[in-house]
Design a protein around this ligand. Structure first.
Ligand SMILES: C[S@@+](CC[C@H](N)C(=O)[O-])C[C@H]1O[C@@H](n2cnc3c(N)ncnc32)[C@H](O)[C@@H]1O
Length: 110
């Protein structure tokens, strides 16, 4: 399994690839808004491809979803926020990038 098997809202592959390429071991990379993990898993895959290990890769999300109707419907269909979070954990493990990711359940003030 890899990032392309993870459902989500990710189509910034070139941008994430450029972030991975520019990273080094002094950097802390933080993604706010991870959902099921598609984008942060892709970022970690690229870091591994380039053999770059940043100080930390931090996944920040409430795992409550946003106000969008699609989020609310999906959350309802799987049984809520805890199920979403568990799917995220499962995805990063199945994609073998859980060793790189620090998880922070938090609401960022926007
Ligand atoms: C469009 S989804 C992210 C898509 C994801 N990057 C992917 O690859 O599919 C937006 C995410 O941002 C999270 N979110 C929205 N507002 C937030 C906030 N203020 N603080 C933390 N997370 C937030 C939601 O819970 C949701 O998981």
């Amino acid at each position: 399994m890899n990032s392309s098997d993870v459902d989500g809202f990710f189509n910034f592959h070139d941008f994430y690839d450029s972030i991975a390429k520019k990273s080094n071991e002094n950097h802390i990379l933080i993604e706010v808004g991870c959902w099921l993990g598609a984008s942060i898993i892709y970022l970690c895959e690229r870091l591994k491809l380039y053999n770059i290990k940043p100080k930390q890769v931090v996944a920040v999300d409430t795992w409550l979803g946003s106000d969008e109707i699609g989020h609310k419907q999906y959350l309802q269909s799987i049984g809520g926020s805890e199920a979403l979070f568990n799917k995220f954990i499962n995805n990063i493990k199945l994609c073998k990038v859980d060793d790189l990711i620090t998880i922070l359940v938090n609401q960022i003030k926007l």
